[in-house]
Design a protein around this ligand. Sequence first.
Ligand code: AMP
Ligand code: GLY
Length: 425
Amino acid sequence: MKVLILGSGGREHALAWAVKQSERVTEVVCAPGNGGMAQIARCIPVDLKDLDALIGVALAEQPGLTIVGPELPLSLGIVNALREHGLRVFGPTREAAMLETSKAFAKRFLQRHQIPTGAYAVCTTAAEFEKEIENFHAPIVVKADGLAAGKGVLICPSRATAIEAAQGLFNGRLLGTAEQQVIIEEFLEGEEISFLCLTDGTHVAPLVPAQDHKRIGERDTGPNTGGMGVYSTDDMLEPAMKEWILHHIALPTVRGMAEEDTPFAGVLYCGLMMTARGPQVLEFNARFGDPETQAILMRLESDLVEALEACVDGRLSETELRWSPGASACVIASSGGYPGDYRTGYPITGLDDAGRVPGVQVFHSGTSRAGNQLLTAGGRVLGVTAAAPSLEEALSRAYEAMAEIHFDGIYYRRDIAHRARKKQP
Ligand code: AMP
Ligand code: GLY
């Protein structure tokens, strides 16, 4: 079977790497792909914002399965369109992806189905915002309704700064386009967990849990990024807690979407805050996380394609995911200056030596190829990922490999999994 993967980041490189291991797969095609994916798959240039171009690639390639990586094509309705053309595609429809693409929709859905989440208000004007804000105490979380690539969430120390933030969202100063809806949220405290599940619209199969590190700076300081590193172990969630999340969050979400005639099939990414009053949903994503996927897939022992096909065909209950015990970790190497301004086009060296460290895979996030030379091509450049029997070993392997890699301005956090390491005796 030929598999088409849409996307160009580390998540898609990891998906291509895992898909290639399946006995069912004869060819992997990536659109547009990146410098790393080009080493293991055929890449076709395409603009991920251009729905017609994406449809064109799929129709020309006629893959047996298409996997949609990022949220943007989901929000444009790529899954609806490919299905109409009779193609098999893994991911939610545009309507189901609203769990990610509209935070107002997600909050109202959670409330309708009594799924745990923080208090909130949806506001459509600055005047309404100023009235509603009286019901919240600082710090106050202010969010844009729509997709904003991590830039749409503002944690405000006072009501006055929250009002200023909301004005900036409504008038377009903050994100470039004027928001129609701005959400006020209760500030939740605790540890964040990325709880990802595969679902066929009825059944749910959790993946191993992971913890992302969103801030650019060590000890979680500085601005938010797409994710600077992640780790996964079995003991980051007790079995009873995992069951609780499955039965009180993931399953009711999938059931609720089905009841509302917008069944959700694909990956349901539950972004959870583990608070004193239990796990609360911070947000949903309608796709695999990046860099969660790099660390999660390093621990998957069973066939990924088999599981994704089961989701598309509505027979997920017949498949079983098998995981290697132990741990994995992914450390992101980014361009100096990211998430602000940064330059690209710098040569990358040391990848062969990095790849020779046992248990290590280097997934490319933003790279391009010029002849034999690999160049930096994005803010997040590489995801150095390692699996090992213990978290300590996974981290030391990842950092050993990272030490081999060089490019101008390379920056990475040296404290990935600092919370877990602090807890260890
Ligand atoms: P989101 O894009 O909704 O995941 O938000 C980005 C990040 O902002 C999350 O990963 C959290 O670290 C933080 N965040 C979002 N909502 C809240 C909240 N209600 N309370 C505390 N932190 C939040
Ligand atoms: N790592 C967070 C995300 O994929 O949204």
